[in-house]
Ligand binder design. Sequence first.
Ligand code: FES
Length: 105
Amino acid sequence: MPFVRACALSELEDDTPHRVEIDGVPVSVVRTEGEVFAINDICSHANVSLSEGEVEDCQIECWLHGSSFDLRTGKPSGLPATRPVPVYPVKIVGDDVLVSVTQES
Ligand code: FES
């Protein structure tokens, strides 16, 4: 899949998720600990936007029931979510944040 511009790097505030849509896929773009990550914006437990949650220790927390997802792998660190959320490769080119949204299964 090609990389698509998601937003400007300068738009991102540390630890504040930025929700975008790429090819119809909701994505939360997060700058934290000097890196930028892209994770599907929908919790794997229920239809809740992860970008409304908090970021800490390279994890994004679902505000509804409190599962946290690793921004590098998408894996949940605790219940009630048991399935990972897709994560996507990110490239930074100048001030552009590019994300490649792969097909979800
Ligand atoms: S909806 Fe996210 S943990 Fe329940």
